[in-house]
Structures are given as C-alpha cells and as structure tokens.
Design a protein around this ligand. Structure first.
Ligand code: FMN
Ligand code: SF4
Ligand code: SF4
Length: 258
C-alpha cells in the first residue's frame, strides 16, 4: 500500500474526511486508531502516512498522542496530519505531533486543517443546521485540494515557534488528558432510554456496557461524545449542560460505521 490513513473519530466527521481523501488517492487504505492503538507493536509500512482526527481542547486527543508515541514510522517517507474542528486550529496539534515524531527521528511533513460542524455539545455555542450543512458542502472541495497536495508530497515543515500562548494552550490540553478517562462520570441516562444499545455500538473504545438495558460507563473514556450525540432518544446527558441541546453527528456516518 502506498498510503495508509489512520483516523480517530467520535461523531463521524474525521471518518468522512478520511474516506473522502482515500477515494482521491491511489493505492490507499484506512485504519481506525481506536481499533489498533492498544496493540503491543505498531509499525507503519506505507510510504505515505496520514493522521486524521478532531481537535480536542486546542490540541491532540489523548488516544492520538499515545498512538503516535507507540507507532514506528521508520518505513514512511511522508507523514501528514489533517485536523478538523468546529472553530480554528491554533497550530498546537501540529506542533505536538512534530515534537513526538522528532523524538523518533521523523517529522511532520505537512499539516492540513478543515472546519467541520462542532460535536462539542458540552460547551461552546452550537451552529445552526444551515451552518452545519454549509461546512459539510465546503469540506468536499477542501478535501480534494488536500488530496492534490498529498499526491505531490507537498512539504511544509512545522514552524516551531514556542510562544507564550502556545505553552499556555498546551498546558490546557495536558490538563484535559489527565482527567479525560474519568470524565464519563458526568454521563447519565434519563427516563427516555429505550435500551436500544446504540450508545454501546458507537463507543469505539468499548467504554460502555449495557447492564439491565441501561448503559454503564467504564472510566476509560476519550470524551469523543459519540454516545451522547448518537443516542436516538437524546436520553444521555452530561451533568446539566446538555439538557435541551440539539445533538450532532455526521449525517452519512451510521453507528455501524464506527
Ligand atoms: C472533547 C472535545 C474537545 C473539543 N475541543 C475543540 C476545540 O478545542 N476547538 C474546536 O474548534 N473544536 C473542538 N471540538 C469539536 C471537534 O473538534 C469537532 O466537532 C470535530 O469535527 C469532531 O470530529 P469527529 O466527528 O470526527 O469526532 C472538541 C470536541 C470534543 C469532543
Ligand atoms: S442509545 Fe440512548 S436510548 Fe439507546 S440504550 Fe443508549 S442511552 Fe438508551
Ligand atoms: S463513553 Fe461516550 S464519550 Fe466516552 S469514549 Fe465512549 S462514546 Fe466516547
């Protein structure tokens, strides 16, 4: 295989980006990070390697950080990242990736950003349905432009200007990493739960088991928010901040895709 795309997704945006890219690249395969990240040995064998994932607290999701730290990239000559987020990407995830890769004699060859509808219903403001639709339409064109750059191996080294702002942001991201596994203690279901088990299906980290037809969270959460956003009854809440809020997941990514 000449290109392997490794993705992490909660609510499908990153998976849809990954599929779009793969369709535009010849000889490409995709792999789910959450399905392989706890394997003892991880080695990339493709010449081009892509890392596609959502921005979490201005930086890397914890699972992505741990995956890159474990992965052996020695056989690959071109490593790129495609980060998507509801708002802007401040460059920190690319800096973080570049630093980890450099510890293993590699570097990030190219960094791409894509704006997608936000799934972060536990905070921030929510886009309207029209704004979400617009972002998804624009994404198609951006994915195609990114693919063109990957095909010619466009190389844009990360500029490592560790400014004061970047350090502050990285500290916030590190604080998130410390608490993320236990963050599921704020989830609960209300009386509308039908026991359908979709929350268990969409949790790619196997952090949910059904007990007496109700979900139970196992405290190895990555806070991807798939469970809360895919629940067809809007029955899962996170403290009191999600009550009455519209849920979001990518319209073309089904629970079975995750
Ligand atoms: C835990 C968490 C933290 C997030 N932090 C940010 C953020 O710092 N900035 C931002 O613009 N979006 C943030 N988001 C929104 C996601 O990056 C965005 O919706 C992404 O497209 C979701 O991708 P997915 O559908 O592949 O999971 C966050 C989402 C989650 C779940
Ligand atoms: S997806 Fe929602 S309704 Fe279905 S079991 Fe989970 S919490 Fe209950
Ligand atoms: S429990 Fe929910 S938020 Fe946590 S990893 Fe699973 S699907 Fe994601």
């Amino acid at each position: 295989m000449s290109t392997t795309l490794y993705y992490f997704t909660g609510t499908g945006n990153s998976l849809c980006v990954t599929r779009g890219l793969c369709n535009s690249l010849a000889d490409c395969e995709i792999q789910s990070i959450s399905k392989i990240w706890n394997q003892e040995k991880l080695e990339a064998s493709s010449d081009k390697v892509g890392l596609i994932f959502p921005l979490y607290y201005w930086g890397l999701p914890l699972i992505v950080k741990e995956f890159i730290q474990k992965m052996n990239f020695m056989k690959s000559s071109y490593i790129f990242a495609v980060v998507n987020a509801g708002g802007d990407v401040p460059g920190i995830p690319f800096l973080q990736l570049d630093q980890i890769l450099k510890e293993n004699s590699k570097r990030l060859n190219a960094s791409f950003f894509l704006s997608m509808p936000s799934n972060y219903i536990v905070g921030g403001s929510q886009a309207t349905a029209e704004e979400q639709r617009e972002k998804l339409i624009n994404a198609k064109e951006i994915i195609s432009r990114i693919a063109d750059k990957i095909i010619i191996k466009e190389d844009t080294p990360v500029i490592s200007t560790i400014e004061r702002k970047a350090i502050t942001i990285e500290k916030m991201n590190a604080k998130f990493h410390k608490k993320v596994n236990e963050s599921d203690k704020f989830f609960y279901v209300d009386e509308n739960c039908s026991g359908c088990g979709i929350c268990e299906t969409v949790c790619s980290l196997n952090n949910i088991i059904m007990t007496d037809s109700k979900p139970e969270w196992l405290h190895k959460c990555q806070q991807c928010l798939a469970c809360i956003n895919y629940c067809p009854e809007n029955s899962i809440q996170y403290g009191d901040v999600t009550i009455g809020k519209r849920r979001y997941h990518h319209p073309r990514i089904t629970p079975e895709d995750l």
